[in-house]
Structure formats: structure tokens, C-alpha cells
Design a protein around this ligand. Structure first.
Ligand code: LHQ
Length: 263
């Protein structure tokens, strides 16, 4: 068994998770999946954790599924890859999307296959200038997974999604940002510092209302305007009852920084 396939560090309200199989560009094995799932479930259940920051060790972010892993490598008999998706990838994406706190992804290098689409499932994606995103699936006769056909199509539209996914052409971090696939690009050496600054902003933010904002934005992808207006009313009602609203207004009126508790 490999040691520490996932590094976990909890600093000032932020759970920093580092995929740690650098010699395989942090490709996923069942062991890495289990470690990441358990860390994210802990984050969900821990009030003191107000933000998650996901990144990769070494020169890559994540090369997707470990193609050498015996569970998924093609052998004499056809593999049921759907089982791996059902057991590992789909629950991971659902967990990230439903986590009631922001998930930042700091893409520190190449993000390929599932690695790219896991990044796109996160709430804020920042990347180093040298990072690349590759929908590598078509190169090995698979289809994009981890919700990529949905997320990427919603983010950049059908024409660009098809071009990326049918050709597997790599795109730079700058291109991804200019298309709206990710939020911001930083110089390689400042990526983690900048991502941690963002994380600190969330770690002291009004977590419950940020979670509701995340929920409303997700709902907007399928709702009609009327449904969305109703949802905003309901969520604003809930936000208005929270202690952070009272604190936010008091801080504004007293001309001081708010001390949000995340509730
Ligand atoms: C790897 C990997 C890798 C193992 C680099 N596995 N070793 C879901 C359900 C079930 C099954 C199937 O898949 C899925 C979802 C998926 O994610 S499918 C897509 C899987 N990923 C890929 O197809 C990407 C494969 N990797 C690449 O195309 C390249 O490595 C990229 C473009 C990411 C990076 O290229 P380079 O910068 O030139 O690095 P490299 O290729 O030299 O890789 C460095 C090492 O990492 C190398 O090992 P070595 O022993 O020669 O140093 C690679 O073999 C290893 N590696 N990706 N996915």
C-alpha cells in the first residue's frame, strides 16, 4: 500500500487536500478515491471546516483514472467501467457539488480525463499559467465522465465542448479562463498563495449563505425564472434568520469588519 496518497491539512478553517501520487501525475486508484471521499465527508460534517482547497502534488494536478490499476486495466475479459464510475467517481462529484461550503480547486499542472472534470465540478477553479486541461477520454476510446459532458457544456456551450471532447486537444489555463471554464490564472509560483488567500476569505465568510448561493446557482441551470425567483425568496428567508445576517448588518453600521460564525 502506498503511503499518504492524500495529504490533509486543516489550517484556520480550511481543509487543504493534496492528491499525492506525483509519480503518476496523481491519477486515481481506489485507495486515493477512498481517502478523498472520507476527507470530504469529514469536511461536510465539521462545522469548523468552512472551505475546502483541492490541489495536486508535483508537476500535475491529476491525470484521471490510473490506467495501470488492475481494477480498470483492460484484460482478457471486458471490464465494467460503469462500476468504477458508480462506486467512486459519481459519488465524488455529487459530494463536491452538494458540500455546503465552497470547494476551491487549485490546478497546479496538467488536468486530464477525470482529473479535468473533477476540477470543473469545484466551485472556484484557479490554475497555474503552465496548467493544461485535456479531455483525454477520446484518446483511449472512452467518453468524458465525472459530469464533464454536463459541466463543460453548461460552462462553454456545445460547440466548444464538442471540439474539446471529440478531439482531446489540450487547452491552456489562459484559454480555459478566457472561455469561462475556470476563474483565474496565476503565475506557477504564486498559485497556492493566491488560492490560500481565497480560502481564507471563505474561512471567515458567512458559510451558510455561501452554501445557499451555491445551491441557487446550481438550481438555475434547470429552473425557469419563476421557479428561481421562488427559490431565492425561500433561501433569502432562511439567510435572514441566520446569525451572520445580523452580524453583517451590525458590522456595516458600526463600520467594522464582520465576525461571521458561518451559521
Ligand atoms: C499515468 C497516467 C494515468 C497511470 C500519466 N494512469 N499513469 C473512469 C472509469 C474507469 C476507467 C477509466 O477511466 C475513467 C476516467 C478517466 O480518467 S479516463 C482518462 C484517463 N487519463 C488519461 O487518459 C490521461 C493519460 N495521461 C496522459 O495522457 C499524459 O500522461 C498527460 C497528457 C496527462 C501528461 O503527459 P506528460 O506531461 O508527457 O507526462 P507523462 O505521460 O510522461 O506521465 C508521467 C508519468 O505518469 C508516466 O509514468 P513514467 O513511469 O513513464 O514516468 C505516465 O505513465 C504516468 N501517468 N497519466 N492516467
Amino acid at each position: 500500500m502506498e503511503q499518504n496518497v492524500l495529504k490533509e491539512e486543516f489550517i484556520d478553517g480550511c481543509l487543504e487536500l493534496t492528491l499525492n501520487r506525483p509519480e503518476r501525475l496523481n491519477a486515481f486508484t481506489p485507495e486515493l478515491h477512498k481517502a478523498l471521499r472520507s476527507a470530504l465527508e469529514k469536511a461536510a460534517d465539521t462545522h469548523a471546516c468552512r472551505v475546502v482547497l483541492l490541489t495536486g502534488a508535483g508537476r500535475g494536478f491529476c491525470a484521471g483514472q490510473d490506467l495501470g490499476d488492475p481494477d480498470s486495466a483492460p484484460g482478457d475479459k471486458p471490464r465494467d467501467l460503469g462500476a468504477s464510475i458508480e462506486q467512486f467517481y459519481n459519488p465524488l462529484i455529487r459530494l463536491i457539488r452538494s458540500l455546503e461550503k465552497p470547494v476551491i480547486c487549485a490546478v497546479n499542472g496538467v488536468a486530464a480525463g477525470a482529473g479535468a472534470n473533477i476540477a470543473f465540478a469545484c466551485d472556484l477553479v484557479v490554475a497555474s499559467r503552465g496548467a493544461k486541461f485535456i479531455q483525454a477520454f477520446c484518446k483511449i476510446g472512452l467518453i468524458p465522465d465525472c459530469g464533464g459532458t454536463w459541466t463543460v457544456t453548461h460552462l462553454i456551450g456545445e460547440a466548444r465542448a464538442k471540439a474539446l471532447m471529440l478531439t482531446g486537444v489540450p487547452i491552456s489555463a489562459e484559454q480555459a479562463a478566457s472561455w469561462g471554464l475556470i476563474w483565474q490564472v496565476f503565475d506557477d509560483e504564486s498559485l497556492l498563495t493566491e488560492a490560500r488567500k481565497l480560502a481564507q476569505q471563505f474561512a471567515t465568510g458567512p458559510t451558510a449563505s455561501l452554501a445557499m448561493t451555491k445551491r441557487a446557482i446550481h438550481a438555475a441551470l434547470t429552473n425557469e425564472l419563476d421557479q428561481q425567483l421562488d427559490l431565492e425568496r425561500d433561501l433569502q428567508r432562511e439567510a435572514g434568520r441566520g446569525g451572520d445576517y445580523a452580524e453583517g448588518v451590525a458590522a456595516f453600521l458600526e463600520k467594522r469588519a464582520p465576525n461571521f460564525k458561518g451559521r
